[in-house]
Design a protein around this ligand. Structure first.
Ligand SMILES: Cc1cc2nc3c(=O)[nH]c(=O)nc-3n(C[C@H](O)[C@H](O)[C@H](O)COP(=O)(O)O)c2cc1C
Length: 170
C-alpha cells in the first residue's frame, strides 16, 4: 500500500451494491408482533430473524431505529415471530408499510403475553425480550422462546428483493 491509497475498510460503502449482495441470501419472511399504547396490536414484516441458541432457547432479529413501531417493541417485554406461509405475500406487503390499521381484516389471537399470533402463519414463536442491543441504524432483539407452534404450511421465501415459494428439495 502506498501513502495515498485508502485501506478497503475505510472506503465509503455503496449501500445499493451492498443491498444487492445481501439479497443473495435467501430468507424466510416473518411478521413480528407486539402490543403498543392502549393495547393496540403492532407488527412489521422482517426477514432479519435467525435462531441463536437451543439451550437456553433464544432467537434474534433486528429493528430499524427509524421504525414507527420501535417504541412499542422497547416498551412491551414480549413479541411473537410469525413465520409467513407462501399464501401470505399480501400480508408481508401489508405489514411492510407504516399504517394505523395493519390488523384490519387479519385473523389473530392473543398469545401468552398478549402478543398477536397470526392465524395464517406457517409457524409462530412467542418470546420474552431477553436483551436489546443498539448497533448501527438498527437494534438487535434477543428473545427467549416461551411458546411455539407449527401448521405444516409451506414457508414464504424472500430472495433478491422478490417473494417466492420453495420448489422442492434438491
Ligand atoms: C421482506 C422484508 C423484510 C424486512 N425486514 C425488516 C427487518 O428485518 N427489520 C426492520 O426493521 N424492517 C424490515 N423491513 C421493513 C419494515 O417492514 C417496514 O419498515 C415497516 O414499515 C416497519 O413497520 P412500522 O412502520 O409499523 O414500524 C422489511 C421489509 C420487507 C419487505
Amino acid at each position: 500500500m502506498n501513502a495515498h491509497s485508502v485501506p478497503l475498510a475505510e472506503q465509503p460503502i455503496d449501500a445499493r451494491a451492498l443491498r444487492d449482495v445481501l439479497g443473495h441470501f435467501a430468507t424466510g419472511v416473518t411478521v413480528i408482533t407486539t402490543i403498543g399504547d392502549n393495547n393496540a396490536a403492532v407488527g412489521l414484516t422482517a426477514n432479519s430473524f435467525s435462531s441463536v441458541s437451543l439451550d437456553p432457547p433464544l432467537v434474534a432479529w433486528s429493528l430499524s431505529l427509524n421504525a414507527p413501531s420501535l417504541s412499542a417493541f422497547r416498551q412491551h417485554p414480549a413479541f411473537a415471530i410469525n413465520i409467513l406461509c407462501d399464501q401470505s405475500k399480501e400480508l408481508a406487503l401489508k405489514f411492510a408499510r407504516p399504517a394505523p390499521d395493519k390488523f384490519e381484516n387479519v385473523d389473530w389471537h392473543a398469545g401468552e403475553d398478549g402478543v398477536p399470533v397470526l392465524q395464517a402463519a406457517a409457524a409462530t414463536i412467542e418470546c420474552q425480550t431477553e436483551t436489546r442491543i443498539p448497533t448501527g441504524d438498527h437494534e438487535i432483539y434477543l428473545g427467549r422462546v416461551i411458546n411455539f407452534k407449527q401448521t405444516g404450511r409451506r414457508p414464504l421465501v424472500f430472495h433478491k428483493g422478490e417473494f417466492a415459494s420453495l420448489g422442492g428439495s434438491i
